[in-house]
Ligand binder design. Structure first.
Ligand code: SAH
Length: 220
């Protein structure tokens, strides 16, 4: 397939899978049309890059279904001046979408090989506003706090407390909370009266493994 074919596939992906299901923020739709999703997955799967499902990216991890990426991004309500923290860099695809919409993106993964690959690709694609770190993202990235938006792209039994602490007043945290098999997309807003929770349906993510997520090796 040529780059032109991929551009057409991306437009169809946005129209049929994302806008058709109710994601309407024009900036989010434009970012989903722009970022070359196929580059973030292994090349033998490029012909499936714009399908309506998650795909493997190595190390037992997955790149999320396009609709879920778009929905979570819309829930973050990003402004051009916002600073965003992502937990779970994976392929780097979600980070690229965030980088199209916000000023600075800070992203953490616990798996060094995935992070190294993502860093290389994001640099090759010309992103200069994405900052990466290896480690346990359930602890957040306190040196750069506060964040107007935080996104967790792995499933957790509870909202990691360091992340709500590192959220700016008025900030939004989007995180899949539940058991290993299914989670509820949860949006936490920090207001002057405390944390407000909203729920946005079911989803299924790989596990967030760390101090405030799942224990390594746990199987619930
Ligand atoms: N956002 C990614 C998909 C993430 S898959 C994308 O767009 O491709 C989930 C990722 O979370 C995996 O890469 C996994 O290594 C990472 N992860 C799991 N627990 C973590 C933790 N405590 N801190 C940081 N990353 C973690």
């Amino acid at each position: 397939m040529t780059e032109d074919n991929y551009t057409v596939e991306r437009r169809l992906m946005v129209d049929r899978q994302i806008a058709a299901r109710g994601v309407s923020d024009p900036r989010v739709l434009a970012a989903m049309k722009k970022v070359p999703r196929h580059r973030f997955i292994p090349s033998h799967l490029w012909d499936q890059a714009y399908g309506d499902y998650p795909l493997p990216i190595g190390e037992d991890q997955t790149i999320s279904q396009p609709y879920i990426v778009a929905l979570m991004t819309e829930l973050l309500e990003l402004k051009e001046t916002d600073r965003v923290l992502e937990i779970g860099t994976g392929s780097g695809y979600q980070a690229a979408i965030l980088a199209e919409l916000a000023a600075q993106v800070y992203t953490i993964d616990r798996v060094e090989t995935l992070l190294a690959r993502a860093e290389q690709l994001l640099a090759a694609l010309g992103y200069t506003n994405i900052h990466t770190r290896v480690g346990d993202g359930t602890l957040g990235w306190p040196e750069e706090m506060p964040y107007e938006a935080i996104i967790v792209t792995a499933g957790t039994p509870q909202v990691p407390r360091p992340l709500t602490e590192q959220l700016a007043l008025g900030g939004r945290l989007v995180v899949p909370v539940g058991d290993t098999w299914s989670q509820t997309l949860t949006c936490v807003r920090k207001t002057k009266d405390g944390l407000k929770f909203e729920y946005h349906g079911g989803c299924r993510f790989v596990r967030l493994i760390g101090k405030y997520g799942w224990e390594e090796g746990a199987w619930t």
